[in-house]
Design a protein around this ligand. Sequence first.
Ligand code: F6P
Length: 318
Amino acid sequence: MIKRIGVITRDCAGINAAIRSIVRTACEYNIEVWGILRGYEGLMKGEMIVLGHRSVSGIINTGGTILKTARATGFLTEEGQKQAVKVLKDNKIEGLIVIGGNGSLTGAHILASKYNIPVIGVPATIDNDINGIELSIGADTAVNVALDALDKIRDTATSLERVFVVEVMGRDCGYIALQVALAGGCEEVLVPERDFNISFLCDEIKKGSIKGKISWIIIVAEGKAKASDIAEKIKENTGLDIRMVVLGHIQRGGRPTAKDRILAARLGNFAVETIRKGFSDVCVGLNSDNLITIPLEVAIQPKNLEIESYYRLIKLLT
Ligand code: F6P
């Protein structure tokens, strides 16, 4: 029976609730949990703390990660990976639970498939781009944070009859942009996965303005374009008064929503059950309210976000 596991995280709302669930479930089985600080960077350096029942008190409602995190370019090399494996072996850590997005789960898959370390992934990313998993921890909070900001922007956009370009997060993925555009009743959305034509958009705005529609909100995912560039082009082309807002990292922080906390509690618990049973190289998830596991190799493949059907609905409803 597994006696000691490590937990490693990225950063988004709900991760602390997942750590709490993992630690408290592990306590039930007398499994020791070591929190690895600063992601794979800390793993390579052997930076760890022991987490007990009480050390995860009062964190269910907090954003970020109590374990801190970092981008770890060194872990991309074989030397870095071997160093990480050595740290695990030296400290008798028999398995790892990795909570994070595509990059973190790719690292998890490498440790499991190449170095035979028992590893379970827990999907947690505001981009919600883990393939085969309906919803990742942190995505619901991020969409709600962005939507809250957007509703405020709409108030002033409507009052002053202005066009606003609002940039949301999503370097490779239009998830937040599409969700927010639909939930916020926005007129246009630009995402990395879809081509768009700026002159067509400007013509639409000009035609609308002739009919009296002056207030527009255009959402742009950061990986598609800069809001400032789009705003500039629309201004040049239409002569209208344009403003732009970059929402930025507020989307990755904040108190996790109830949905994220519940998801984190369930997935954290299930991750411990899964590693106890001897599974490895899989990602846990919830689909149609059922707990599932899928191979990490599948989870890190590109996810189909049904962009076109979302886009059509957003345009239809404006
Ligand atoms: O992968 C999550 C994410 O928040 C993306 O949506 C965003 O583009 C990126 O990370 C930002 O990364 P950083 O915090 O390094 O600026």
